[in-house]
Write a protein that binds this ligand. Structure first.
Ligand code: AMP
Ligand code: MG
Length: 461
C-alpha cells in the first residue's frame, strides 16, 4: 500500500504544473516533528533519507509533485496569476480519515515563480516552523510544520543567506485565490470541479455552493477571533493567503504583539496599515466577499445569487461577534459574556492600549497576580467590577498562554541558527509546545527589553 493518495493531482490539468523539486547541494535535517510524522504514518526514514526527501533530492514513492496555480488580491490589488512560486506539493496522505497535504517550501523555481528564485532562507523557514507549531499548541487552526532542512546553498536576499526548506502539512492548500483564478478566466467547468473537490474534502455536509460559502465564512470568522485572542497579526491577509478550510496559512511577516495597541502593524510592506491588528476581521470579511464574487458564476440566477451571497458574507459579523465573546470571555474567566462582560473586555483593552501593557502577560496576571497586571487609574474600579462577575480561574488558565513566539525570541533563534547554533531554536520550540504552562526558562515569558524590541518584520522572500 502506498503512503500517498493524491486527489489534487487528479483534478484537471489547468489546476497545476507537475514537476519535481530542484535538488540541493548538501541537504541537512535541522528540525523534525516526530509527533506529526507519527500522526501522518510516515515510514521510519533515517536522518539522511529525511534530508534527501525534505530537501527535494529524492521523491518518495507514490508522491506526484506539483506546483498549484492560483491568483489573488495582494493589498487589495488584483494579481491575475500567482501560484506556488517556491513551493511544491509532494502529495497527500490519509490517516484516520484525515487527508493532509505535504508541501515543500523553498524547493526551487516553478512556472509560477515570476521574478523569484523559488528558494527560502533559514529565517522564514524557522519562523514558520516555530510560529505555526506554537499556533497549533495554542489550539488555533493552522497549517503545521514537519521538517526544516538546510540546503548547503546560499540564497541571495539583501545579503547572502543560508538556504532552507520548510515542509508544511495542511488539510489542503486551497485558497480564496484558487477560486478567483478560474472565475477570472471564466472557466466555469474548472470552478465547478474545484467546488466539488473542496466540498467533498472540507465540507462534506455543505448544501451546494451557498452552504459551502456559509461554512467558509463561519470558519474564517472563528479563526480571526482566535487570532485576536492571542494578539496575533498575520501581516499579509491577501486572498491568496486565505485558506478555504480556515487554517492559518503563510507565516510571512506575522507577529504576536508584545505591548497592546489595536492599530499595531509589523510588516515592512504594510504602509497603509491595511493588515493592522484591529483591521483583521474587516479584511477577512472582505476576502469572503471576493470568494463570493468568484463563486457567482455557479449560481443559476445572477441577481438572486448576489442577494443571497451578500447576506451570507454579511453573516461574518455575527459569527465573529459570537466567537469573540467566547474567546475573550474565557480570557476573563467568564463563560457567558453578556453586554456587561463585553464592556469589561473593551474597557480593559483600552486601558491596556493607553498603558502599552503587554497583551499576553496582562491577561495572565489577572488571575495569578492581579495587582501586577496593569497600572491604570481606572484599573481598581475595573477589578471590582470583574470580581463581581465571579471569574473561573481554571477557564482563564486554559485561555491565557504564558509562552508565545515573541518576535525578539524568534529573531534570536534565527540569528543563532545562522551562526550554526541551533540550541536557542530548539529551546524556544520546546517551550512553545506547552504554552499554558510556566516555562522552565523565565525569559520565554518576558516581554523584550527596550533594546530587544523588534519593530518590523519582513516577508523574507
Ligand atoms: P507569499 O508572500 O509567501 O504569500 O507569496 C506570494 C507569492 O509570491 C506566491 O505566489 C509565492 O509563491 C511567490 N513567491 C514568494 N517568494 C518567492 C520566491 N523566493 N521565489 C518564487 N516565488 C516566490
Ligand atoms: Mg502566499
Amino acid at each position: 500500500m502506498t503512503l500517498f493518495d493524491n486527489s489534487y493531482a487528479r483534478l484537471p490539468d489547468q489546476f497545476y504544473t507537475k514537476l519535481a523539486p530542484t535538488p540541493v547541494a548538501a541537504p541537512k535535517l535541522r528540525a523534525w516533528n516526530s509527533e506529526l510524522a507519527a500522526d501522518l504514518g510516515l515510514p521510519d526514514w533515517n536522518a539522511d533519507e529525511k534530508a534527501a526527501i525534505f530537501g527535494g533530492n529524492a521523491v518518495p514513492e507514490g508522491a506526484e509533485p506539483l506546483a498549484a496555480l492560483y491568483a489573488g488580491h495582494q493589498f487589495g490589488n488584483w494579481n491575475p496569476q500567482l501560484g506556488d512560486g517556491r513551493a511544491i506539493l509532494l502529495g497527500e496522505v490519509v490517516t484516520g480519515g484525515t487527508r493532509r497535504d505535504i508541501q515543500l517550501k523553498g524547493s526551487g523555481p516553478t512556472p509560477y515563480s515570476r521574478m523569484g528564485d523559488g528558494r527560502n532562507w533559514v529565517g522564514p523557514a524557522l519562523r514558520e516552523y516555530l510560529v505555526s507549531e506554537a499556533m497549533h499548541a495554542l489550539g488555533i487552526p493552522t497549517t503545521r510544520a514537519l521538517a526544516v532542512v538546510t540546503t548547503g546553498e546560499t540564497v541571495l536576499r539583501e545579503t547572502p543567506l543560508p538556504g532552507a526548506i520548510v515542509t508544511r502539512v495542511a488539510s489542503s492548500h486551497i485558497r480564496v485565490g484558487t477560486f478567483q483564478i478560474f472565475a477570472a478566466r471564466q472557466d466555469t467547468a474548472a470552478l465547478q470541479s474545484l467546488v466539488d473537490h473542496v466540498i467533498a474534502r472540507h465540507y462534506p455536509g455543505a448544501d451546494g455552493v451557498e452552504g459551502f460559502l456559509e461554512a467558509v465564512v463561519a470558519r474564517q470568522a472563528d479563526l480571526i477571533a482566535h487570532w485576536m485572542s492571542v494578539g496575533f497579526i498575520h501581516g499579509v491577509m491577501n486572498t491568496d493567503n486565505a485558506h478555504v478550510a480556515g487554517e492559518t496559512i503563510d507565516y510571512g511577516p506575522c507577529a504576536f504583539m508584545d505591548d497592546y495597541h489595536p492599530a499595531r502593524v509589523f510588516s515592512s510592506i504594510d504602509h497603509g496599515g491595511r493588515y493592522a491588528f484591529s483591521n483583521q476581521p474587516n479584511i477577512a470579511a472582505w476576502n469572503m466577499a471576493q470568494l463570493a464574487t468568484a463563486l457567482l458564476p455557479l449560481m443559476p440566477d445572477r441577481e438572486a445569487g448576489i442577494e443571497r451571497f451578500t447576506e451570507i458574507v454579511n453573516g461574518f459579523a455575527e459569527v465573529y461577534q459570537k466567537a469573540w465573546r467566547r474567546v475573550f470571555g474565557a480570557k476573563l474567566g467568564l463563560s457567558d459574556l453578556g453586554d456587561a462582560g463585553v464592556d469589561l473586555v473593551t474597557t480593559l483593552l483600552s486601558m491596556m492600549a493607553e498603558e502599552k501593557a503587554d497583551f499576553t502577560n496582562t491577561f495572565r496576571y489577572l488571575s495569578s497576580d492581579p495587582d501586577e497586571a496593569l497600572l491604570h487609574s481606572g484599573y481598581a474600579d475595573w477589578l471590582v467590577r470583574w470580581r463581581v462577575a465571579e471569574p473561573d480561574e481554571a477557564l482563564m488558565a486554559r485561555a491565557n498562554p504564558q509562552v508565545i513566539p515573541r518576535n525578539h525570541l524568534v529573531e534570536e533563534a534565527i540569528q543563532a541558527a545562522v551562526r550554526e547554533d541551533w540550541a536557542p531554536f530548539e529551546a524556544l520550540h520546546a517551550a512553545l509546545q506547552t504554552p499554558f504552562d510556566a516555562p522552565t526558562n523565565a525569559r520565554f515569558q518576558m516581554p523584550p527589553e527596550p533594546d530587544e524590541v523588534v519593530v518590523q518584520t519582513f516577508c523574507g522572500t
